[in-house]
Design a protein. Structure first.
Length: 94
């Protein structure tokens, strides 16, 4: 009845006490850090042996394409910067 009419003191008395907390579980100990590093490096070696590496001419061609694309992008940005800085100086904002 007390809860229906908003009697907070009576409502607090009717609530159940909290259950006792359980002790924390101990952390599961894994292998030593040295063992984990050794295992990781062993797995890396196995995975790297599965990789199909490109031939030298393919690497040279891909590198050339990337360098040309970077040069074009740099020229484009440089030209836009030159135009915008000229316009700013023309309007005397800079």
């Amino acid at each position: 009845m007390a809860r229906l009419f908003g009697d907070k003191a009576a409502a607090k008395q009717q609530t159940k006490p909290a259950a006792p907390s359980r002790p924390a579980k101990p952390a599961v100990a894994g292998p030593a850090p040295k063992g984990r590093v050794r295992k990781y490096l062993r797995e890396v070696k196995i995975e790297m042996s599965k990789v199909t590496w490109p031939a030298r001419p393919e690497v040279v061609q891909s590198t050339s394409v990337v360098l040309v694309a970077v040069a074009i992008a740099a020229a484009y940005i440089g030209i836009l910067d030159l135009i915008w800085s000229s316009l700013i100086k023309l309007v005397k904002l800079g």
